[in-house]
Write a protein that binds this ligand. Structure first.
Ligand SMILES: C[S@@+](CC[C@H](N)C(=O)[O-])C[C@H]1O[C@@H](n2cnc3c(N)ncnc32)[C@H](O)[C@@H]1O
Length: 272
Protein backbone atom coordinates (compact mmCIF):
# COMPACT_ATOMS: atom_id res chain seq x y z
CA UNK A 1 0.00 0.00 0.00
CA UNK A 2 1.43 3.39 -0.88
CA UNK A 3 1.62 6.33 1.51
CA UNK A 4 -0.32 8.70 -0.72
CA UNK A 5 -2.13 11.64 0.79
CA UNK A 6 -5.75 11.45 -0.38
CA UNK A 7 -6.89 14.29 -2.61
CA UNK A 8 -8.82 16.69 -0.36
CA UNK A 9 -11.90 17.08 -2.51
CA UNK A 10 -12.32 13.42 -3.43
CA UNK A 11 -12.80 10.02 -1.86
CA UNK A 12 -9.62 8.78 -3.48
CA UNK A 13 -7.82 6.16 -1.39
CA UNK A 14 -4.18 5.09 -1.61
CA UNK A 15 -3.22 3.42 -4.88
CA UNK A 16 -0.95 0.50 -5.66
CA UNK A 17 -0.11 0.71 -9.36
CA UNK A 18 1.09 -2.90 -9.61
CA UNK A 19 -2.03 -4.32 -7.95
CA UNK A 20 -4.27 -2.15 -10.15
CA UNK A 21 -2.43 -3.31 -13.28
CA UNK A 22 -2.88 -6.99 -12.32
CA UNK A 23 -6.17 -6.88 -14.29
CA UNK A 24 -4.87 -4.47 -16.92
CA UNK A 25 -6.37 -6.39 -19.85
CA UNK A 26 -9.90 -6.35 -18.43
CA UNK A 27 -9.60 -2.70 -17.41
CA UNK A 28 -8.24 -1.80 -20.85
CA UNK A 29 -11.28 -2.99 -22.82
CA UNK A 30 -13.72 -0.25 -21.64
CA UNK A 31 -10.99 2.38 -22.06
CA UNK A 32 -10.64 1.36 -25.72
CA UNK A 33 -14.42 1.14 -26.21
CA UNK A 34 -14.63 4.76 -25.05
CA UNK A 35 -11.70 5.83 -27.21
CA UNK A 36 -13.36 4.22 -30.23
CA UNK A 37 -16.13 6.84 -30.14
CA UNK A 38 -13.78 9.85 -30.21
CA UNK A 39 -13.39 12.20 -33.15
CA UNK A 40 -9.75 13.04 -33.89
CA UNK A 41 -10.37 16.10 -36.11
CA UNK A 42 -9.76 18.79 -33.49
CA UNK A 43 -6.84 16.93 -31.89
CA UNK A 44 -5.13 16.86 -35.29
CA UNK A 45 -5.10 20.67 -35.42
CA UNK A 46 -2.12 22.50 -33.94
CA UNK A 47 -2.64 24.15 -30.59
CA UNK A 48 -5.04 21.57 -29.11
CA UNK A 49 -4.17 19.07 -26.40
CA UNK A 50 -5.64 15.76 -25.25
CA UNK A 51 -6.06 15.34 -21.48
CA UNK A 52 -6.24 12.03 -19.63
CA UNK A 53 -7.98 12.90 -16.37
CA UNK A 54 -7.23 10.48 -13.52
CA UNK A 55 -4.54 8.90 -15.73
CA UNK A 56 -3.26 6.51 -13.05
CA UNK A 57 -0.21 4.56 -14.18
CA UNK A 58 -0.41 6.15 -17.62
CA UNK A 59 -1.04 3.03 -19.69
CA UNK A 60 -4.16 4.58 -21.28
CA UNK A 61 -2.34 7.92 -21.69
CA UNK A 62 0.19 6.18 -23.91
CA UNK A 63 -2.58 4.67 -26.05
CA UNK A 64 -4.21 8.11 -26.36
CA UNK A 65 -0.88 9.40 -27.68
CA UNK A 66 -0.90 6.66 -30.35
CA UNK A 67 -4.52 7.38 -31.25
CA UNK A 68 -3.83 11.13 -31.59
CA UNK A 69 -0.34 11.13 -33.06
CA UNK A 70 0.30 14.87 -33.24
CA UNK A 71 -1.42 16.29 -30.15
CA UNK A 72 0.30 16.96 -26.84
CA UNK A 73 -1.14 14.46 -24.33
CA UNK A 74 -1.32 15.42 -20.66
CA UNK A 75 -2.03 12.91 -17.88
CA UNK A 76 -3.42 14.37 -14.64
CA UNK A 77 -3.71 12.47 -11.35
CA UNK A 78 -3.61 13.13 -7.62
CA UNK A 79 -1.68 9.98 -6.73
CA UNK A 80 2.09 10.41 -6.68
CA UNK A 81 2.44 6.61 -6.61
CA UNK A 82 0.49 6.29 -9.86
CA UNK A 83 2.29 9.23 -11.50
CA UNK A 84 5.69 7.83 -10.49
CA UNK A 85 4.81 4.60 -12.27
CA UNK A 86 3.43 6.52 -15.28
CA UNK A 87 6.63 8.54 -15.69
CA UNK A 88 8.79 5.41 -15.81
CA UNK A 89 6.68 3.93 -18.62
CA UNK A 90 7.35 6.45 -21.40
CA UNK A 91 10.10 8.59 -22.85
CA UNK A 92 7.77 10.18 -25.45
CA UNK A 93 8.25 13.95 -25.07
CA UNK A 94 4.73 14.57 -26.40
CA UNK A 95 3.35 12.97 -23.20
CA UNK A 96 3.52 14.81 -19.89
CA UNK A 97 2.13 14.07 -16.45
CA UNK A 98 1.09 16.51 -13.79
CA UNK A 99 -0.26 16.32 -10.28
CA UNK A 100 -3.77 17.68 -9.93
CA UNK A 101 -7.16 17.21 -8.30
CA UNK A 102 -10.00 16.51 -10.73
CA UNK A 103 -12.31 18.50 -8.47
CA UNK A 104 -10.56 21.71 -9.51
CA UNK A 105 -9.02 20.71 -12.86
CA UNK A 106 -8.42 23.45 -15.43
CA UNK A 107 -6.51 22.78 -18.68
CA UNK A 108 -3.41 24.84 -19.40
CA UNK A 109 -3.85 24.45 -23.20
CA UNK A 110 -6.94 24.43 -25.41
CA UNK A 111 -8.42 20.94 -24.93
CA UNK A 112 -9.50 18.96 -27.99
CA UNK A 113 -10.44 16.05 -25.76
CA UNK A 114 -10.99 15.65 -22.05
CA UNK A 115 -10.84 11.88 -21.58
CA UNK A 116 -11.29 10.01 -18.32
CA UNK A 117 -11.37 6.28 -17.74
CA UNK A 118 -12.49 4.95 -14.36
CA UNK A 119 -11.66 8.01 -12.26
CA UNK A 120 -14.58 10.45 -11.77
CA UNK A 121 -16.63 8.02 -9.68
CA UNK A 122 -14.16 8.75 -6.87
CA UNK A 123 -15.53 12.31 -6.71
CA UNK A 124 -18.78 12.59 -4.84
CA UNK A 125 -20.00 15.60 -6.83
CA UNK A 126 -18.75 14.46 -10.24
CA UNK A 127 -22.11 15.02 -11.96
CA UNK A 128 -22.00 18.71 -11.09
CA UNK A 129 -18.49 19.00 -12.57
CA UNK A 130 -19.31 17.64 -16.03
CA UNK A 131 -21.19 20.64 -17.52
CA UNK A 132 -18.27 22.88 -16.52
CA UNK A 133 -15.85 20.50 -18.23
CA UNK A 134 -17.89 20.67 -21.46
CA UNK A 135 -17.88 24.46 -21.26
CA UNK A 136 -14.06 24.38 -21.13
CA UNK A 137 -14.02 22.80 -24.61
CA UNK A 138 -13.88 24.71 -27.89
CA UNK A 139 -16.62 23.85 -30.44
CA UNK A 140 -16.10 20.27 -31.63
CA UNK A 141 -14.11 19.36 -28.51
CA UNK A 142 -15.20 16.25 -26.64
CA UNK A 143 -15.63 15.16 -23.03
CA UNK A 144 -15.34 11.37 -22.79
CA UNK A 145 -16.01 9.63 -19.50
CA UNK A 146 -16.19 5.99 -18.42
CA UNK A 147 -17.21 5.11 -14.86
CA UNK A 148 -18.00 1.75 -13.28
CA UNK A 149 -21.66 1.51 -12.28
CA UNK A 150 -21.41 -1.71 -10.35
CA UNK A 151 -22.14 -0.41 -6.87
CA UNK A 152 -25.40 -2.39 -6.64
CA UNK A 153 -23.71 -5.68 -7.57
CA UNK A 154 -22.59 -8.07 -4.79
CA UNK A 155 -18.91 -7.18 -5.38
CA UNK A 156 -19.58 -3.69 -4.04
CA UNK A 157 -22.76 -4.16 -1.96
CA UNK A 158 -20.92 -6.77 0.18
CA UNK A 159 -18.19 -4.31 1.22
CA UNK A 160 -20.35 -2.61 3.90
CA UNK A 161 -21.72 -6.04 4.87
CA UNK A 162 -18.18 -7.31 5.59
CA UNK A 163 -17.50 -4.02 7.40
CA UNK A 164 -20.35 -4.83 9.81
CA UNK A 165 -19.20 -8.42 10.45
CA UNK A 166 -16.31 -8.11 12.87
CA UNK A 167 -14.56 -6.17 15.61
CA UNK A 168 -13.52 -3.61 12.96
CA UNK A 169 -17.15 -2.41 12.72
CA UNK A 170 -16.53 0.93 14.46
CA UNK A 171 -13.30 1.64 12.62
CA UNK A 172 -15.06 1.10 9.29
CA UNK A 173 -18.24 2.95 10.23
CA UNK A 174 -17.08 6.20 8.65
CA UNK A 175 -15.59 4.67 5.51
CA UNK A 176 -17.17 5.82 2.32
CA UNK A 177 -16.57 3.68 -0.70
CA UNK A 178 -16.90 4.79 -4.28
CA UNK A 179 -19.58 7.45 -4.80
CA UNK A 180 -22.52 5.75 -6.55
CA UNK A 181 -22.73 6.59 -10.22
CA UNK A 182 -26.21 7.90 -11.02
CA UNK A 183 -28.69 6.58 -13.59
CA UNK A 184 -27.74 7.47 -17.18
CA UNK A 185 -30.66 9.90 -17.63
CA UNK A 186 -29.28 12.17 -14.89
CA UNK A 187 -26.08 12.69 -16.92
CA UNK A 188 -28.16 13.25 -20.05
CA UNK A 189 -30.22 16.00 -18.42
CA UNK A 190 -27.15 17.69 -16.93
CA UNK A 191 -25.11 17.65 -20.14
CA UNK A 192 -27.58 18.01 -23.01
CA UNK A 193 -27.97 21.82 -22.78
CA UNK A 194 -24.20 22.25 -23.23
CA UNK A 195 -23.56 19.86 -26.15
CA UNK A 196 -24.01 19.77 -29.90
CA UNK A 197 -24.07 15.95 -29.66
CA UNK A 198 -24.32 13.57 -26.73
CA UNK A 199 -23.96 9.82 -26.53
CA UNK A 200 -24.51 7.80 -23.36
CA UNK A 201 -24.47 4.02 -23.07
CA UNK A 202 -23.85 1.17 -20.67
CA UNK A 203 -22.06 -2.13 -21.15
CA UNK A 204 -22.00 -5.09 -18.78
CA UNK A 205 -18.70 -6.91 -19.29
CA UNK A 206 -18.75 -10.63 -18.45
CA UNK A 207 -15.24 -10.76 -16.99
CA UNK A 208 -13.76 -14.27 -16.78
CA UNK A 209 -11.44 -14.43 -13.76
CA UNK A 210 -9.26 -17.23 -12.43
CA UNK A 211 -7.57 -18.01 -9.11
CA UNK A 212 -8.76 -18.56 -5.55
CA UNK A 213 -10.35 -15.17 -4.67
CA UNK A 214 -10.47 -13.41 -8.02
CA UNK A 215 -13.34 -10.96 -7.40
CA UNK A 216 -11.83 -9.81 -4.09
CA UNK A 217 -8.46 -9.47 -5.78
CA UNK A 218 -10.05 -7.35 -8.51
CA UNK A 219 -11.85 -4.98 -6.12
CA UNK A 220 -8.87 -4.77 -3.75
CA UNK A 221 -7.12 -2.84 -6.54
CA UNK A 222 -9.89 -0.20 -6.56
CA UNK A 223 -13.24 -0.11 -4.73
CA UNK A 224 -12.18 -2.05 -1.62
CA UNK A 225 -9.16 0.17 -0.98
CA UNK A 226 -10.87 2.71 1.31
CA UNK A 227 -11.83 -0.17 3.64
CA UNK A 228 -8.36 -1.74 3.55
CA UNK A 229 -6.74 1.66 4.09
CA UNK A 230 -8.77 2.20 7.27
CA UNK A 231 -7.47 -0.94 9.02
CA UNK A 232 -4.09 -2.04 10.39
CA UNK A 233 -2.89 -5.64 10.59
CA UNK A 234 -4.01 -8.18 11.71
CA UNK A 235 -7.55 -6.78 11.30
CA UNK A 236 -7.00 -5.85 7.70
CA UNK A 237 -6.33 -9.45 6.67
CA UNK A 238 -9.20 -10.72 8.85
CA UNK A 239 -11.62 -8.24 7.24
CA UNK A 240 -10.37 -9.17 3.76
CA UNK A 241 -10.99 -12.87 4.57
CA UNK A 242 -14.61 -12.17 5.55
CA UNK A 243 -15.12 -10.16 2.36
CA UNK A 244 -13.53 -13.00 0.31
CA UNK A 245 -15.94 -15.53 1.81
CA UNK A 246 -18.95 -13.32 1.02
CA UNK A 247 -17.98 -12.59 -2.58
CA UNK A 248 -16.87 -16.21 -3.04
CA UNK A 249 -20.48 -17.29 -2.37
CA UNK A 250 -21.89 -14.58 -4.64
CA UNK A 251 -19.58 -15.43 -7.55
CA UNK A 252 -19.10 -19.22 -7.56
CA UNK A 253 -16.40 -20.88 -9.60
CA UNK A 254 -17.78 -22.55 -12.73
CA UNK A 255 -17.08 -26.17 -13.76
CA UNK A 256 -14.22 -25.03 -16.02
CA UNK A 257 -12.54 -23.17 -13.14
CA UNK A 258 -13.58 -19.70 -14.31
CA UNK A 259 -15.29 -17.16 -12.05
CA UNK A 260 -17.55 -14.89 -14.10
CA UNK A 261 -17.61 -11.35 -12.72
CA UNK A 262 -20.24 -9.26 -14.56
CA UNK A 263 -19.28 -5.59 -14.39
CA UNK A 264 -21.49 -2.68 -15.49
CA UNK A 265 -19.89 0.48 -16.85
CA UNK A 266 -21.36 3.82 -17.95
CA UNK A 267 -19.98 5.74 -20.94
CA UNK A 268 -20.48 9.38 -21.89
CA UNK A 269 -19.23 11.20 -24.98
CA UNK A 270 -20.31 14.85 -25.00
CA UNK A 271 -19.37 17.05 -27.95
CA UNK A 272 -19.34 20.81 -27.44
C1 LIG B 1 -9.05 3.26 -11.19
S1 LIG B 1 -7.69 4.31 -11.48
C2 LIG B 1 -7.80 4.58 -13.25
C3 LIG B 1 -6.51 4.95 -13.85
C4 LIG B 1 -6.51 5.11 -15.39
N1 LIG B 1 -7.46 6.09 -15.83
C5 LIG B 1 -6.78 3.79 -16.06
O1 LIG B 1 -7.86 3.63 -16.63
O2 LIG B 1 -5.92 2.90 -16.00
C6 LIG B 1 -8.37 5.83 -10.83
C7 LIG B 1 -7.37 6.96 -10.81
O3 LIG B 1 -8.09 8.15 -10.50
C8 LIG B 1 -7.26 8.93 -9.67
N2 LIG B 1 -8.09 9.88 -8.91
C9 LIG B 1 -9.10 9.60 -8.07
N3 LIG B 1 -9.61 10.73 -7.56
C10 LIG B 1 -8.89 11.75 -8.10
C11 LIG B 1 -8.93 13.15 -7.97
N4 LIG B 1 -9.82 13.76 -7.18
N5 LIG B 1 -8.04 13.89 -8.67
C12 LIG B 1 -7.14 13.31 -9.50
N6 LIG B 1 -7.06 11.97 -9.66
C13 LIG B 1 -7.92 11.20 -8.97
C14 LIG B 1 -6.56 7.94 -8.79
O4 LIG B 1 -5.40 8.48 -8.21
C15 LIG B 1 -6.29 6.80 -9.77
O5 LIG B 1 -5.03 6.90 -10.36
Amino acid sequence: MSGDTPAPASLSPSWDANLYLRFADLRLRPALDLMGRLDGALAARAGHAVYDLGCGAGNITRILAERFPTAPVVGVDSSEAMLAKARTQTSDLRISFRTGDLASFRPDASPAILYSNAAYHWLENHLALFPDLVRLLPPGGQLAIQMPRNHQAPSHALMPVAAERGPWRERLAGVRGIAPVADPDRYWDALRPHCSALEIWETVYQQPLTGPNPVAEFTSGTGLRPYLDALAEPERTAFYKVYCELVGEAYPRRPDGTTLFPFRRLFIVATR
